[in-house]
Design a protein around this ligand. Structure first.
Ligand code: ATP
Ligand code: MG
Length: 366
């Protein structure tokens, strides 16, 4: 390994699994050199205090490194959910340099936390005129100090060097940009359904217009199944992965014929439905908010990923209810594959890797 390598790897530490990828630029195209996905042993987490839990996660990261054969220890990682606050705000016109000096004063008005509790970052997205005054459109990201510190201590416990701490929603945007069709200017909603969080990023072309993390996802389905069948979490998880499906009205017949042998399928669908409706309600609220803000534009397509996008019929359920096409995110569409990554691994893990690939794209410039 070259210690001075500019290459960093993408490491996505989810609440249920750790994902790791190494990307390399070869003749202007990205190539996936190696990858690894490992479940975090959840039952061993439940009984432990936060410090011990972080060690379990660090241990899972180490295992993922071993399995993947990846040696590079410089990582780009991300935070999401309650660890971060994202705001799109208008500020009086100033240069980037000027803003850097006054950012915490400006941010005070928009972030409901004291400035000494947060790490701030910003990006100037563009300029606009308001009431005859020159303004800048700024993306503000604040992350809570203590949560950033805990995140870094997990990385250090795994023997890693943190280089970039990003945000899940923006990592998704990165990988979308690589894979979309050149001319595609439509409004799409990227939706990553994980274990604890569902991340939405609404983009016009390649520009993010709205992001939100909703605290409803795969674990909520599993917990309902666990209660219904009186199982351990891991057993419910397995049952959901192998036999779980959402019943679609026009398909009631097909699903019930499957379930003559196994009525668990219908029972699972029934207990998952209230959670699913809650998730749908939150997605609709996000779309409504975006559509009110943007006035003319509407979400034209949903691109779905995350481990829970594998839940059978989730895509069809959302398409029916939202009234727009819903497709699975082909995160590898424009990525070349190294020979040691087999086709089965690719199709099995593709939906998991959106955020992680987006992180690995943030290669260091100097
Ligand atoms: N075949 C499947 N059917 C249903 N759910 C599945 C399937 N495969 C994986 N999942 C679910 O995907 C989730 C894990 O996805 P992912 O790895 O994207 O989450 P995470 O990144 O660990 O979580 P988060 O980002 O919310 O912290 C789990 O809830 C798991 O049960
Ligand atoms: Mg995740």
């Amino acid at each position: 390994m070259n210690l001075f390598s500019k290459t960093i790897v993408g490491l996505d530490i989810g609440t249920s699994s750790v994902k790791l990828v190494e990307l390399k630029k070869v003749n202007d195209r990205w190539k996936l050199m190696a990858m690894g996905v490992t479940d975090i042993p959840r039952e061993s987490l439940d009984t432990k205090n936060p410090d011990q839990q972080r060690l379990v996660v660090a241990d899972t990261i180490k295992k993922t490194y071993e399995k993947s054969g990846i040696k590079i220890k410089k990582v780009a990682t991300a935070l999401l959910g309650e660890s971060i606050i994202i705001r799109y705000v208008k500020m009086p016109f100033m240069t980037e340099e000027e803003l850097r000096k006054t950012i915490s004063k400006e941010a005070e008005q928009h972030i409901p936390l004291s400035m000494d509790q947060v790490v701030l970052d910003f990006q100037i997205l563009g300029e606009s005129q308001e009431d005859g005054q020159r303004k800048i459109d700024v993306l503000l990201v604040a992350s809570k100090n203590d949560l950033v510190d805990q995140h870094i201590s997990t990385l250090k416990a795994a023997g890693l060097t943190p280089t970039i701490i990003d945000v899940d929603a923006f990592a998704l945007q990165n990988i979308y940009e690589i894979n979309r069709l050149e001319s595609n200017e439509e409004t799409v909603a990227l939706i990553n359904v994980g274990a604890t969080w569902t991340t939405i990023n609404i983009l016009e072309g390649i520009f993010t217009r709205f992001t939100r993390d909703i605290p409803v996802a795969g674990n909520d389905f599993t917990k309902e199944i666990q209660k219904e069948f009186n199982l351990k979490f891991s057993e419910a998880e397995e049952l959901k992965k192998v036999h779980g499906a959402i019943s679609i009205e026009e398909e009631e017949f097909t699903l019930s014929s499957v379930s003559q042998k196994d009525d668990r399928v219908l029972r699972m669908s029934d207990v998952m439905t209230p959670i699913l409706n809650k998730l749908l309600g939150e997605i609709r609220r996000s779309f409504d908010y975006y559509e009110t803000q943007s006035r003319k534009k509407t979400v034209e397509r949903v691109i779905l990923c995350g481990g829970s996008a594998k839940l059978k019929n989730l895509n069809r359920f959302l398409a029916g209810k939202l009234g727009v096409p819903v497709e699975h995110f082909g995160v590898f569409r424009n990525i070349e594959m190294s020979k040691n990554i087999d086709v089965e691994q690719q199709s099995d893990k593709e939906l998991y890797l959106g955020v992680c690939l987006g992180l690995a794209l943030r290669q260091l410039e100097s």
